[in-house]
Design a protein around this ligand. Structure first.
Ligand code: ATP
Ligand code: MG
Ligand code: FE
Length: 344
């Protein structure tokens, strides 16, 4: 099935054409980062307006790159939630309109379901597996039993990992979003020179806490008499990254042990992080499990990632109704409810 996928949950407007939930013919992403950077975070009203402008452009671009016209599209997938409701509505309304006008089926997909299954566009990972979702809004461990079947194993009690990266970058004056910058600086630093706390590391659960690490960085910065730069900045970034990565690695291993599974999928923007990749790859070699990371373009927000679940739902005959609404908050374990269980 040839799907057009649309995503506008936060600050990326994205469109993709994907065949059979597998073959990515195009994956276009228009980022609004420049628009929001000066405010140090995403401004919801601005995001909605920018999505409205960018959506027709990314759709045309996606069709052109795929070398097809809209008449070849057999189904539509959009992000239904979670996210900023005004932003979500842009992809949702566009998808409904296209589906109605062309009389083709459409389906609303969970954004995190997209992140968790994106790896299937590149290599086949057998279900069930453990998914570590590390993004701007999530730091969650899930048991993924199949499309539509997700069980939460653990989650952050406060900030998400990406949020902590962004806050640390902001307080160091490194701009927004700053995860990738901190990652780059950390690569040149000594991770043991400044030691930050590892919250919940030794607690017998699968939960995370990142706000304490961020506060420890803030307190450290406040205590300095001069601005942090050069190798001192590298060491600070490396120390923060080591603390975050150590906790993410330890809890992932604990989740594998608790479920008895030997496959770990890492997804979301922080899955781009080189420190996290190295740490989990080493743990996988030592612990004899497999770890899967999508390529960076499929880790951060994109529309192609929606195709895996959407293709499965549509192929099984499921369709979303035209009065389907966006969901700003939507736990992943309820993602398949519309089709698989009772209606939500
Ligand atoms: P969610 O998916 O939870 O709704 P989101 O869509 O905003 O949130 P993503 O686009 O998946 O999140 O990821 C963006 C986050 O990833 C940002 O916080 C960004 O700083 C972080 N990030 C991107 N690259 C890196 C990196 N190399 N190291 C650490 N963090 C990174
Ligand atoms: Mg984003
Ligand atoms: Fe995301």
């Amino acid at each position: 099935m040839l799907l057009l996928c649309l995503e506008s949950s936060c600050d990326e407007t994205a469109a993709a054409v994907v065949r059979d939930g597998r073959e990515v013919l195009s994956n276009i992403i228009a980022s609004q980062v420049d628009v929001h950077a000066r405010y140090g975070g995403v401004v919801p009203e601005l995001a909605s307006r920018k999505h409205l402008e960018a959506m027709p452009v990314v759709i045309e671009d996606a069709l052109e790159r795929a070398g097809i016209g809209i008449e070849a599209i057999e189904g539509i997938a959009v992000t239904r939630g979670p996210g900023l409701v005004g932003a979500l509505l842009v992809a949702l309304a566009t998808g409904k309109a296209l589906a109605f006008a062309r009389d083709i089926p459409w389906v609303g997909v969970h954004h995190i379901e997209g992140h968790a299954l994106a790896i299937q566009l590149e290599q086949e990972v057998t279900y069930p597996f453990v998914a570590l979702i590390v993004s701007g809004g999530h730091t969650h461990l899930y048991l993924v039993e199949g499309v539509g079947h997700y069980r939460i194993l653990g989650r952050t009690l406060d900030d998400a990992a990406g949020e902590a990266y962004d806050k640390v970058a902001k307080l160091l004056g490194l701009g927004y979003p700053g995860g990738a910058v901190v990652d780059r600086l950390a690569a040149e630093g000594d991770p043991e020179s400044i030691v930050f706390p590892r919250p919940l590391l030794h607690q017998d659960n699968l939960d995370f806490s990142f706000s304490g690490i961020k506060t420890a960085v803030l307190n450290y910065v406040k205590k300095q008499s001069s601005e942090i730069s050069g190798s001192h900045l590298n060491d600070l970034a490396a120390g923060f990254q080591r603390a975050a990565v150590e906790v993410l690695t330890a809890k992932s291993l604990r989740a594998l042990k608790a479920t008895g599974l030997r496959r770990l999928v890492v997804a979301g923007g922080v899955a781009c992080n080189r420190g996290l990749r190295q740490s989990l790859q080493q743990a996988a070699r030592e612990g004899e499990f497999e770890v899967f990371f999508p390529t960076p373009l499929l880790c951060t927000d994109n529309a192609a990632m929606l195709a895996v679940a959407a293709d499965a739902y549509l192929s099984q005959g499921h369709r979303s109704a035209l009065d389907l609404n966006a969901l700003a908050g939507w736990p992943l374990d309820r993602a398949g409810d519309e089709f698989l269980f009772s209606s939500i």
